[in-house]
Design a protein around this ligand. Structure first.
Ligand code: ZN
Length: 191
């Protein structure tokens, strides 16, 4: 297990569509170690999620975990979830504006519209199939990570470029209003 280097925007691997993993590959020591490394690297960077291509491996694998994260105190907790070969689709048309950042886009945040409810079909690290509904900010996190596996960054989904902000300016000028709005949203829809 080890912490790997996170590649940043401009690296071509972030723009590739990652490929599906076979269940035999998933069971291999190499891919199981990759999953351990994704978890270690995500936790070390204090991220809420990390996709394999963010550490330079173009396979359809991502990990998500939200504990009491000082970067995102308003986010509902998500137990460690390994996502393999995900297929994600919106349920309904309701969207919410979420101020997002990304470990591969250092020191930049921006506002992205995400579907409030999504259906996620995926495998876990043991090859078990899951078919589940994710909601609210948690649905947003799943959409962000699945986007990575398609070579899409949150930057591409920012429709209003005036919402771009560094972390410093987010803290100074935008955080309070965002947290107030998003807390009301989380209270309304749950996760
Ligand atoms: Zn990201």
């Amino acid at each position: 297990m080890s912490v790997r280097e996170i590649v940043t925007v401009g690296h071509p691997v972030l723009r590739e569509r990652a490929r599906d993993v076979t269940l035999d590959e998933l069971a291999s020591a190499e891919v199981q170690t990759l999953i351990d490394d994704l978890v270690d690297t995500m936790r070390h960077a204090r991220g809420a999620g990390l996709a394999a291509n963010q550490i330079g491996v173009p396979l359809r694998i991502a990990v998500i975990e939200v504990n009491d994260n000082p970067r995102y105190p308003y986010k509902p907790r998500i137990p460690l979830t390994v996502i393999v070969n995900p297929v994600i689709e919106p349920i309904g048309e309701e969207t919410v504006a979420i101020n997002e950042g990304c470990l591969s886009v250092p020191n930049l945040r921006g506002e992205v519209q995400r579907f409030v409810d999504v259906r996620v079909r995926r495998f876990d690290r043991d090859g078990n199939a899951h078919d589940e509904v994710r909601r609210g900010l948690t649905a947003g996190t799943f959409q962000h990570e699945c986007d990575h596996l398609d070579g899409v960054l949150f930057l591409d989904r920012v429709t209003d470029p005036t919402t771009f902000t560094t972390w410093e300016q987010f803290e100074r000028f935008h955080r309070a209003a965002f947290v107030e709005r998003i807390t009301a949203f989380v209270d309304r829809v749950g996760s």
